[in-house]
Write a protein of this length. Structure first.
Length: 302
């Protein structure tokens, strides 16, 4: 199992100094990967329920650092860990510009980038950035087409419904060939099919039917003539860590370090070859976050 950690990015941790401290310490502890996520705002009167817990967006999301500059900072102060986005809302940016930014980041990091992409869930954010909420799946499919064309084509050319790229030279290509690993999120039937057909892995979360969801993705890969065993499943948890054990039904959303670690180890048997733990919703200081990170790493490695 590879063990990942979310770097400081939001709430009281939205501080570049904390980012550097945690990134360096996590690499020393032995974490395999460091991750960022993506939020634009915290609506006061949201139209959509937050997809987790009690349906209310965490108050800490009101303060959020941009994921790609933060990941660039992390790349500059680390040498070994892989760097990932879980999850980048790719539809908020023109894909040719996003392709250039991600290729640049792959060069800055020396080929350590994992590109995790999703559709998000907040229609308020789509409205704020001027991107239509309707037709997100088709927009994502064409975004993937443009990204892959920019990263692998020479010349690059694309003619689609939303974007047209005339035959062009587009360099540099990413360090990783043919391109950085492409991970997709999603839980709808269409989203799971897209993962199996097009992605290098699925950005998983703690679902009640995790095993069935993973098998569905693997089935789509087989139908597409792809090797399901080549797919990755980095599994993300954002636990509220408690001192005393909680009802097992609350784990991994709540629980002791040992309870959450036990859940993650069980998930590894299902196929979660990598875990990503975010302590920013339970810790109140950088020191506490690193203490929890060290304890979780030790529990998963014991």
């Amino acid at each position: 199992m590879r063990i990942g950690l979310a770097v400081p990015q939001y709430g009281p941790f939205a501080d570049p100094t904390a980012v550097v401290e945690v990134a360096r310490a996590a690499e020393t502890i032995g974490f395999d990967s460091l991750w960022v996520c993506d939020r634009v705002m915290a609506p006061l009167h949201p139209r959509d329920l937050y997809p987790g817990g009690d349906g209310v967006m965490p108050a800490r999301y009101a303060t959020f650092l941009d994921p790609l500059p933060i990941l660039t900072l992390v790349a500059s102060v680390t040498t070994r860990v892989r760097l990932g986005t879980s999850t980048l809302n790719a539809l908020w940016q023109p894909p040719m510009l996003l392709a250039r930014t991600l290729s640049t980041l792959d060069h800055i990091s020396g080929g350590r980038l994992d590109v995790g992409i999703g559709l998000g869930w907040s229609s308020d954010e789509y409205q704020a950035v001027g991107v239509p909420w309707a037709g997100r799946g088709a927009r994502l499919d064409e975004t993937l087409d443009v990204l892959l064309a920019a990263w692998t084509g020479d010349p690059v050319e694309h003619t689609g419904t939303l974007w047209t790229v005339p035959p062009s030279r587009v360099w540099p290509k990413p360090v990783q060939r043919p391109h950085p690993p492409l991970l997709l999120s999603g839980f709808t039937p269409a989203g799971l099919a897209r993962v199996g057909q097009r992605a290098d892995g699925w950005l998983g979360v703690a679902l009640p039917l995790l095993a069935g969801t993973w098998q569905a993705i693997r089935g789509h890969a087989e139908l597409a003539g792809r090797d399901p065993d080549a797919l990755r499943m980095p599994l993300r948890v954002n636990p509220m860590i408690t001192d005393a054990p909680v009802d097992p039904e609350l784990v991994p959303h709540q629980g002791t370090v040992e309870q959450v670690a036990e859940y993650l180890l069980a998930a590894a048997e299902i196929g979660a070859d990598e875990v990503l733990v975010d302590f920013q919703q339970t810790a109140d200081s950088t020191g506490e976050l690193l203490d929890l990170a060290g304890a979780m790493h030790a529990a998963l490695r014991s």
